[in-house]
Design a binder for this molecule. Sequence first.
Ligand SMILES: CC(C)(COP(=O)(O)OP(=O)(O)OC[C@H]1O[C@@H](n2cnc3c(N)ncnc32)[C@H](O)[C@@H]1OP(=O)(O)O)[C@@H](O)C(=O)NCCC(=O)NCCS
Length: 166
Amino acid sequence: MAEASTDVARDGARVYVRRATWRDKEQVLNLLEELQAATPGIQLAPRPYIGRIFDQHINSPLYVLLVAEVDDGSGGKPRLAGLLSMALRSTLLHAGVSALVDEVVVAREFRRRGVALALLEQAVRAARAAGCLEVEISTTYGNEAALALYREAGFEEQGIWLERHF
Ligand SMILES: CC(C)(COP(=O)(O)OP(=O)(O)OC[C@H]1O[C@@H](n2cnc3c(N)ncnc32)[C@H](O)[C@@H]1OP(=O)(O)O)[C@@H](O)C(=O)NCCC(=O)NCCS
């Protein structure tokens, strides 16, 4: 994939999107807690469990785990502002690989600065580079922010997503 991208956010801060590494684990887990808060009915597993999945995903070619750092130009350490995770899997119907975005979240204090858009653009680039035929993404009913974001990033509604939980 194109490994990193830098875009200028609206307030002049720079957004830098890159692959997650093991060093990001704690901050990624914090971001997932923010995602849980925005997703009714989701109960997060204990942090060590999620941490193990994180380790598997950053070491697998079947997952793309991107993080966004925001550098506000103050000279301080750039902060982890957002997370996007995506799974790549082949389907019989497409006879090719389809990418599925599982999580997108931006820390509350960094929202409406183009961070999620930068993450999605980089995810689409990574999917193309991996030879994917499409990228799928979903959200829960009522998440108007996510829906507006996806439309802004060029996604179109194509169907209905159902789940059965165990
Ligand atoms: C949805 C979310 C990821 C958006 O992140 P973000 O970095 O604030 O989004 P961006 O700044 O890149 O927004 C890009 C565009 O998306 C749309 N958008 C984003 N947030 C919006 C909101 N709260 N209301 C309406 N439109 C919104 C706008 O068109 C926006 O462009 P604009 O700011 O120029 O109007 C963020 O609000 C979030 O983390 N929410 C909680 C987790 C979540 O719901 N994740 C998605 C479902 S899994």
